[in-house]
Design a protein. Structure first.
Ligand SMILES: [Zn+2]
Ligand SMILES: [Zn+2]
Length: 180
């Protein structure tokens, strides 16, 4: 996933592509450890423009994550969409002679700038990062999933269980005993 600066020139470049999931090796590892399956490709729409010494990439990513619902354990399929902006520079600002290379990286990072060298930019690492950030903390079959009852294990999406009234009754009994 390279942007060649000579192709970019002064007119914005629009790139639309289906990037194979294999381009993002870290996702494979996350999928294995969390029992998630990803769609074969990540749909990317990228607007790249060059302003001064900066290259700005405004993008949208879309992919599908499949796994087990974190609440009810049913199969879950979640479409993920995320918008992001990446700003690259070949010339990190605020660098004085005394500063070391490490500090240059830090100051670019602090300003949310990503430094690059040469005449092309590889977007893969940063886009992979954006995908990871966009992944849900908990995969859900649907937003309003009721989950399983923690006491009896009934799938509350299918039917209510009797646990709640029992809890209520026992509290009620206690109150009755206290009163008497
Ligand atoms: Zn669920
Ligand atoms: Zn229950």
């Amino acid at each position: 996933m390279l942007i060649k600066l000579e192709e970019l020139g002064s007119t914005p470049l629009v790139m639309e592509r289906k990037e194979p999931i294999a381009s993002f090796p870290e996702l494979e590892r996350i999928g294995r450890t969390n029992e998630l399956t990803f769609s074969d490709t990540v749909d990317l729409l990228l607007h790249c423009s060059q302003v001064g010494g900066f290259v700005e990439v405004c993008g949208r990513l879309e992919l599908i994550v499949e796994g087990i619902c974190g609440r009810c354990l049913a199969p879950a399929v979640m479409p993920i969409t995320s918008d992001f902006t990446l700003t690259y520079t070949s010339d990190p600002p605020g660098v004085s002679d005394e500063e070391t290379g490490d500090e240059i990286e830090l100051s670019a990072e602090e300003m949310n700038l990503i430094s690059f060298h040469g005449d092309e930019i590889d977007l893969a690492t940063e886009i992979q990062e954006q995908i990871i950030v966009a992944l849900p903390v908990k995969l859900l079959c649907r937003e309003e999933c009721q989950g399983l009852c923690p006491r009896c294990g009934t799938d509350l999406n299918q039917q209510p269980c009797v646990c709640e009234p029992e809890v209520f009754n026992s509290r009620f009994d206690v109150l009755k005993k206290l009163k008497s």
